[in-house]
Design a binder for this molecule. Structure first.
Ligand code: PEP
Length: 252
């Protein structure tokens, strides 16, 4: 049984005061319950990750938004932060291959694969992002694009313990546009199928596949009830506790 994962990607937002207040609000919400029927993850910017992870964070995992490509824990890689360092800050997840990095930083599947391996080798769960552009969808290429991204960026020793997939259609990120339920169902089923080809069906069944792209409290219940949707990766709406928790609350 895959537990749903409600994950917030804060991107390059928040200074100390508002970031700590937002994290504390998430922790406060979680602490109001003895147990939660889903997992919660927040991915603050690296500038705040250590401070946030050092606060008591009941039932909330902390993740980074990226990890170094360097195959080493330490060394001459100016500006990079290794998986070992991220773990040392108190994180247990690392997002890799977000479309903003694939597009703006020209990260290829091969780069994303190495980053995912670096994260997993240090015991971090890699949240591997995939998704088609608007042009690819309009050309009928959505399924072939995500299949290629799975083959190219998911390490072959991935399991539900060290890997989460986030399907984020690029055209749905931050735009307010959301694919139809039928389209989400079709792509998530194709991702599960591709994971089974790569890892075997037993392991593929353990891996959570999140949907990301303009998730809000008003559409979360419907999106998260689609077969093979095992949670959400939330950008803009994760920056307001009412919205982030409003999404989480649809899962009680
Ligand atoms: C994201 O960037 O991961 C994301 C899903 O953004 P948004 O929720 O703002 O569309």
């Amino acid at each position: 049984m895959r537990r749903k994962l409600i994950a917030g990607n804060w991107k390059m937002n928040c200074l100390k005061e508002d970031g700590l207040a937002l994290a504390s609000a998430v922790f406060q919400k979680c602490s109001e319950y003895k147990t939660l029927p889903f997992d919660v993850l927040i991915c603050p910017p690296l500038s705040l990750l250590g401070q946030i992870a050092s606060l008591p964070h009941p039932m909330t995992a902390i993740g980074s938004q990226d990890v170094s490509l360097a195959p080493k824990d330490f060394g001459a890689f100016t500006g990079d932060v290794s998986a070992e360092m991220i773990k040392d800050l108190g994180a247990s997840y690392a997002i890799v291959g977000h479309s903003e990095r694939r597009t703006m930083r020209h990260e290829t599947d091969a780069v994303v694969l190495e980053k995912a391996k670096n994260a997993q080798q240090k015991g971090l769960t890699a949240v591997i992002c995939i998704g088609e552009t608007e042009q690819e969808r309009e050309s009928g290429l959505a399924l072939s694009v995500v299949s290629k991204q799975i083959k190219g960026s998911v390490p072959t020793d991935s399991t539900g313990d060290n890997c989460v997939i986030a399907y984020e259609p690029v055209w749905a990120i931050g735009t307010g546009k959301v694919p139809s339920v039928a389209d989400v169902a079709e792509v998530h089923a194709a991702i599960r199928h591709e994971l089974a080809n790569l890892l075997g069906s037993e392991k593929a069944e353990t891996i959570r596949i999140l949907y990301g792209g303009s998730v809000k409290p008003s559409n979360a219940k419907e999106l998260l009830s689609v077969p093979n949707v095992d949670g959400a990766l939330i950008g803009g709406a994760s920056l307001k506790i009412a919205d982030f928790w409003g999404i989480a609350e649809t899962q009680f």
